[in-house]
Design a protein around this ligand. Sequence first.
Ligand SMILES: C[S@@+](CC[C@H](N)C(=O)[O-])C[C@H]1O[C@@H](n2cnc3c(N)ncnc32)[C@H](O)[C@@H]1O
Length: 239
Amino acid sequence: MALNSLPDISTLPLLANVLHCSIDQLMGYAAEQKRITDYEERYKADGYYWGVQPSPMCYEIMKLCPPIKPLRLLDVACGEGKNAVFFARNGYSVTAFDAAHLGLDKAKRLAEKVQVDINFFRADLRDFRLDSHFDIVFCSGSLHYISQELRREILENYQAHTTDAGLHALNVFVRKPFLITESDQREGRYKWVSGELFTYYADWLIVHCEEKIFDCMSGGSPHRHCMDTLYAIKQTAVI
Ligand SMILES: C[S@@+](CC[C@H](N)C(=O)[O-])C[C@H]1O[C@@H](n2cnc3c(N)ncnc32)[C@H](O)[C@@H]1O
């Protein structure tokens, strides 16, 4: 079939952004997909690596921003979707992304099983930037994939695309000299400095922040992590 017209080449970045794909993919060029995360391997197993029960943070979000009106929620690096699905079941309008194809496939299956609609897409959080607004931005267990020099830019982009009185609920693994784990040595993981996350929210109302050490069996061997957690609400500047 002959094509009568082709899109103006200058619209390609816009189209790729709207469709959440690369220009290569838009043009039908499927280069070998670069594996961004080693979770791709872990998500190959039949079961849900992270289980299907929502994180306790989800309940805190429901208390702080109950879905009594339509609320758009972004789940950054959603893994296999346990939290995204919980939010959708509870009436939030959910968008969620991750870098792992297999995690997203499982997340989609979980959403289908409980019959909720979620806008899932694949993206690398290091180069994905928001261009539309959300009422809630949630990210659990994934901000340590962002190296120090990208953190401000990424968080400022999320903040700029959060509605007034919107909520950020985030946690980060933090580095403690008395808690060095094997995973700290792995390429592409950058634990944050203790307290660093809170410093990006000086202009917001920090409704809760905490630091905790917890036991973890991820990867099969017992170890401990330290994690900082933040709930912050965007304030409108009053002059
Ligand atoms: C510890 S898991 C947390 C998953 C999910 N947030 C949860 O609480 O179950 C970290 C997730 O980050 C994802 N990830 C790692 N690097 C990423 C990147 N550069 N961009 C997007 N997602 C990434 C992994 O695929 C994995 O699903």
